[in-house]
Design a protein around this ligand. Structure first.
Ligand code: CUA
Length: 179
């Protein structure tokens, strides 16, 4: 019989399951359960899986907190749009917002110091993809993601939006300094 023809016995699904097939289904199921349990394990042992906290916020509330930080700790401006570069004190809460099609402000953090990084999107969904650290967080309007970060390597990191957000998506990039 070829695969083009209908099965001779049309109630094929009522046949008893083959031993080999059953074994593979059992193995696949057990593996799925192991991977599912490991999702929680990676938050303890996986160095790149950040445990984020999430709070409700509004654009106005978040803008206010970000503006307060920018007013206090701006050290210079960069890019053609004069985006402020902010160097907040170690241990403090730092804010970064995404909107069509830029990030604001640019953060300058100190190596081996811990910060509470607050992220949100003001208008639509955006992404926070930090390279080459391979950190990837969705920035969702109305929600504030808080990540406790301790940068362990100095350098200039690239920040890329990886959630499609319209016409300017491809040029929605920024940077993050660690000194
Ligand atoms: Cu913002 Cu894509």
């Amino acid at each position: 019989m070829s695969a083009i023809l209908p099965p001779a016995d049309r109630l094929w699904y009522k046949h008893p399951i083959d031993r080999v097939e059953g074994t593979w289904i059992a193995i696949a199921l057990i593996w799925c359960i192991i991977l599912f349990v490991m999702m929680t394990g990676w938050h303890v042992w996986g160095k790149q899986n950040l445990s984020t906290e999430t709070y409700r916020t509004t654009s106005a509330q978040f803008m206010e907190k970000t503006q307060a930080m920018v007013d206090k700790y701006t050290v210079r401006t960069e890019t053609a749009e004069n985006i402020p570069v902010v160097a907040p004190p170690p241990g403090s809460d730092v804010y970064l917002l995404a909107r069509l099609w830029s990030y604001w402000p640019i953060l300058e953090l100190e190596k081996d110091k811990t910060y509470r990084l607050h992220l949100t999107a003001i208008d639509y969904n955006h992404g926070f993809s930090l390279q080459p650290a391979n950190i990837n967080i969705q920035m969702v309007p109305g929600f504030e993601h808080v990540v406790t970060v301790t940068p362990n390597e100095a350098g200039t990191y690239s920040l890329v939006c990886n959630e499609y957000c319209g016409l300017g998506h491809h040029r929605m990039v920024s940077r993050l300094y660690v000194k």
